[in-house]
Design a protein around this ligand. Sequence first.
Ligand code: PGA
Length: 253
Amino acid sequence: MRTPFVAGNWKMHKTLAEARTLMAGLRQRMKPDWEVTVAVCPPFPLLLPMSREIEGTPIRLGAQNVYCQPEGAFTGEVSPPMLVDAGCSYVIIGHSERRQHFGEEHDLLARKVTAAMEAGLEVIYCVGETLADREADRTQDVVARQLEAVITAELDASKLTLAYEPVWAIGTGRTATPGQAQEVHAFIRGRIGSIYDGATAESMVIQYGGSVKPNNAAELMACPDVDGALVGGACLVAEDFAAIIGAAARAKA
Ligand code: PGA
């Protein structure tokens, strides 16, 4: 049985005061009987203060990015041990916004995943096709390449979560249908089976991301190979994020 995992990617949002209000709202709405792993991923300056906000709760902390070296002259970058020090359990790597706007390519992403795991972080590795890829029927090729260029059998699969995020669904309000999501999730699980083995593939958590909202979470979470969500916009509102976590809990109970 895979424990569902819902993570909130705050992207470049929230001041400290706003973040504290959001976390108070989330703590209030979390139900103790929800069997869901929950993480919040704020921007770097909020990691340390948010590590205090989650104290005594089951909520865990993640970062949105990391560099692949433990320390050194890399102006503007943050290392894996620094994230651990700030209270992070997770780091998101390979988000399409990092690929698109910051030119992050497979070589760098592979080094980031290795460095993060070496420091003891768990990795949420994102894959997903663009609209042009989907329309040209290249979804599976693109996703397979993104997986196989970065995920190798040497990586500790127990520290890895995957997120399928079709680029055309991120921040657009246009979400994949449950059928589209399930198809790609099942494909990804098959590829993980070839990289590792069948048992590892069965145990791997694969989140869906891309305009997950309270009104579509239940049908997405009902898909057998969708094990949770990576949530952007909707995680900025405590009520909405809690509703999505609740939907995941109910779908997988
Ligand atoms: P969205 O973002 O929920 O706002 O579409 C998801 C993501 O980018 O992880």
